[in-house]
Write a protein that binds this ligand. Structure first.
Ligand SMILES: Nc1ncnc2c1ncn2[C@@H]1O[C@H](COP(=O)(O)OP(=O)(O)OP(=O)(O)O)[C@@H](O)[C@H]1O
Length: 476
């Protein structure tokens, strides 16, 4: 074992080797996290070093393939940090787990599949006592119905999710298919369902995983000839939740397998919940039979957020954070960060971090400074129409009033504000601005600009309002 490689440092002595191995494992454990480590890596042992190669053993072919595919490079890099003379890592099946002569390979591997995916206690309060494998990904503790803010865009999906959580496998809701764009709460709702079912019935086994993981497990099962075990394990669950199904587009074999699993579970009265970025009918590349089955239960859409929903989410999250946040800052964020809830959370968390660090309340100016890069991502050239629209929304008047002849103060003042902002925020000339406001003369625009400036001087509330609008438009 202690031999020079290309004249490099001798590999190491046995005690040193044990220490190195402990460090490699420790670092890997830190990298991948406890749950993943326990599922896949805990049973690794080091057989030794041969030449420039570290030989790592695992008890089954299933685990060997998984570890090779998912952690091989990382293992090699960690070994190299320990000892640059080690250039390769060979992951092998430990002799004890190899099939005995005459024993069918498939059976041995299948045994291994069940054996090695040790149950994770924190994940399975409701698992059946005889269930030996738990493939469920950990559930996020934050993702519960209590923390999900309901508004128009998601109330239907929320109601469906609640119904399934309270009565799994109820007619008309199986499968439950949740779809919507990125970061709109699909995973949050799925985890909420899982938590609720777990709370109410400890007997039910729930498996939540991404479609990607489903495919990974299936491929490894194929490779290690343990597909029977794979099927059995999946068909033994009471609630199967597959997140991000769109991942299976173009993966025909996995779709086929999922289709069979799906039929078996539905046939046995088990609940299935699936999420995707599009509705079953819009998921091009999905097998037609599978599409039909997926659309055969309840299909619920999570729509893009509205200003009201964004603001409610921000208020809830800000108040939960314990950091006092000015309502105007939250309104500003709700106006500006319109992409999805994940980005909204990201922006808010950054502000909270800033407030904690400097012990100061966040003002609009600081928010703008701290979130400069995020806001810039939304940067575009402003048009007069956008200004009119935003100002009309803000003052709750009709967009058509921007160009109408009405002179009532509640319409005329917002119109003047819009003209003022158009002058300030665009390169348009006064006559051009006038034309966009119902063919008004350039002198009307000039008057509006000076009138608004004057009012801002004398009325702090009005000035704040106009400045807020300006800020929102500047970064929209
Ligand atoms: N209505 C809501 N109330 C509270 N938090 C929400 C809401 N919608 C989304 N979130 C939060 O936004 C973040 C993103 O949500 P989630 O991960 O569920 O999105 P997703 O739709 O699954 O996105 P992806 O398609 O990227 O997987 C999460 O932190 C989630 O808690």
């Amino acid at each position: 074992m202690e031999k020079d490689v290309d004249g490099a440092t001798p590999v190491t002595s046995v005690p040193q080797l044990a220490e190195s191995w402990a460090r490699v494992r420790g670092r890997l454990r830190e990298d991948v996290g406890e749950v993943e480590y326990r599922s896949w890596l805990k049973q690794m042992t080091l057989a030794g070093i041969e030449g420039d190669e570290a030989i790592v053993l695992l008890p089954t072919r299933f685990l060997r393939d998984w570890v090779r595919g998912h952690y091989g490079d990382r293992l090699r890099a960690l070994w190299q940090m320990e000892n640059p003379a080690i250039r390769r890592v060979d992951v092998r099946v430990a002799a004890a787990a190899r099939p005995a002569a005459g024993e069918p390979v498939a059976e041995a591997a299948a045994d291994g599949l069940a054996e090695t995916l040790a149950p994770r206690p924190e994940n399975r309060p409701g698992a059946k006592p005889d269930a030996r494998v738990d493939w469920s990904a950990p559930l996020e503790t934050r993702f519960t119905f209590d923390t999900f803010i309901v508004g128009k865009p998601n109330e239907f999906a929320y109601a469906c999710a609640r119904r399934v959580a309270e009565k799994p496998a109820i007619a008309g809701f199986n499968p439950l298919f949740l779809y919507g764009g990125v970061g709109l709460g699909k995973t949050h709702l799925m985890h909420s369902i899982a938590w609720t079912i777990r709370e109410s019935s400890h007997q039910r086994s729930i498996t939540y995983m991404t479609a990607e993981k489903f495919m990974g497990l299936f491929i490894v099962a194929l490779r290690s000839q343990s597909t029977m075990e794979f099927k059995e394990i999946l068909r033994g669950v009471d609630v199967l939740m597959i997140d991000d199904l769109q991942f299976l587009i173009g993966k025909d074999n996995t779709q086929e397998e999922f289709f069979h699993t799906f039929n078996a579970l539905i046939g046995a009265g088990k609940q299935i919940v699936v999420s995707a970025d599009k509705s079953p009918s819009d998921l091009n590349g999905l097998d037609d039979r599978l599409r039909g089955r997926l659309g055969g239960g309840m299909v619920a859409d999570l729509h893009a957020t509205t200003y009201e929903l964004r603001l409610s989410i921000l208020e809830a999250k800000a108040s939960g954070s314990g950091v006092a946040m000015n309502k105007r800052v939250l309104e500003f964020l709700a106006h500006k960060i319109t992409s999805n809830v994940r980005d909204i959370e990201g922006a808010l968390n950054r502000l909270i971090g800033h407030a904690n660090l400097f012990g100061r309340e966040i003002t609009l100016e600081t928010a703008q400074e701290v979130l400069k890069d995020m806001l810039r991502a939304h940067d575009r050239r402003l048009t007069i129409e956008e200004i009119q629209k935003r100002v009309a929304e803000h003052y709750n008047i009709r967009l058509t009033d921007m160009s109408s002849a009405r002179r009532a103060r509640n319409v005329a003042r917002p119109r003047q504000v819009a003209m003022y902002l158009a002058k300030k925020l665009t390169q348009r000339s006064l006559p051009e601005i006038g034309r966009r406001f119902g063919n008004r003369d350039h002198t009307t625009v000039m008057h509006a600009v000076s009138r608004v400036a004057e009012l801002m001087q004398g009325d702090a509330g009005f000035a704040e309002d106009v400045e807020l609008l300006q800020r929102m438009l500047e970064v929209s």
